[in-house]
Design a protein around this ligand. Structure first.
Ligand code: S3P
Length: 170
């Protein structure tokens, strides 16, 4: 069994922030699946969606998962919101879901200091109505694949990373 932490959850729930805080405290290596895809493609996620569509992006996510399976261990992997759907997710490490209600996430994103750019870089968050629908479609599926669910709504970053650390090997 791989010793990676696989952090999943809906867009804007705070996966990147959590990964950075965890890496700082516990000196782990972070891999961000969106960053990997952007580097390999040499273009932004929103450009990939615009030029080649969502299906192409999902294929990139699967390739990224295959690479992690063959080559990455002992790392903290922060995943894009749709990455939970790759076929080999459970082989990649311990899957941890950051969970919160849609309203909490929407509020977090829209009150963030750089809220405009946070929303703009996420093509599937361009229309809140559609994003809310996507959230309800995925809510149960996220929970099904997770080894551990952490509700983040009333927790500090410090509490969240402690809870992750208690439950994993790295
Ligand atoms: C997506 C989430 C995004 C990014 C892409 C698709 C999704 O990542 O991978 O825009 O399907 O939920 P974040 O969860 O980091 O925003």
């Amino acid at each position: 069994m791989k010793k990676n932490i696989i952090l999943i959850g809906f867009m804007g729930v705070g996966k990147g922030t959590t990964a950075r805080a965890y890496a700082k405290k516990y000196a782990t290596f972070i891999v961000d699946t969106d960053d990997l895809i952007e580097s390999k493609e040499n273009r932004k996620i929103k450009t990939i969606f615009k030029e080649d569509g969502e299906k192409y992006f999902r294929d990139c996510e699967q390739q990224c998962a295959d690479w992690i399976e063959s080559s990455v261990d002992n790392s903290f992997i922060s995943c894009g919101g749709g990455f939970y759907n790759v076929s080999n997710l459970k082989k990649l490490g311990t899957v941890i879901l950051l969970d919160a209600s849609y309203d909490w996430i929407f509020n977090r994103l829209s009150t963030a200091e750089n809220s405009k750019s946070k929303l703009k870089k996420r093509p599937l968050f361009s229309e809140p109505k559609k994003a809310k629908k996507l959230y309800s479609e995925r809510e149960e599926a996220y929970k099904k694949v997770a080894d551990l669910v952490i509700n983040v709504e009333s927790k500090s970053l410090k509490m969240i990373i402690k809870e992750i650390h208690k439950n994993v090997y790295i």
